[in-house]
Design a protein around this ligand. Structure first.
Ligand code: SF4
Length: 98
């Protein structure tokens, strides 16, 4: 049976089938703890956050995943090995550099 990656379950309705094709390659499909991508406390010291980020770091679609969330500031949780706060910081840095 094919499992649905965590990320697709979280946000599949947002894009066209072609635009979300990369999501199907996310390795969070096999994650034992899907809730790790939405930890109660997103922090480097939080066990759930660390578990999700460690899996993301091995994912072949990590860049696409991170950019997807970076372009959608309303998205929370772990995407492409980044936390909500880290993405907010990246957006601020990019705005200052532009
Ligand atoms: S980078 Fe992380 S959240 Fe994104 S698809 Fe891969 S495992 Fe899932």
């Amino acid at each position: 049976m094919t499992r649905t990656p965590v990320i697709v379950a979280r946000y599949a309705a947002d894009t066209t089938p072609a635009g979300r094709a990369w999501m199907l390659r996310g390795i969070c499909a096999d994650a034992p703890e899907p809730d790790d991508w939405h930890p109660t406390i997103e922090a480097p010291t939080d066990l759930s956050t660390r578990r999700a980020i460690n899996i993301c770091r091995q994912c072949p679609v990590r860049p696409q995943c991170r950019d997807y969330a970076l372009n959608r500031p309303w998205i929370t949780g772990i995407w492409g090995a980044t936390t909500t706060e880290e993405r907010a910081r990246l957006r601020r840095t990019r705005r200052r550099a532009a």
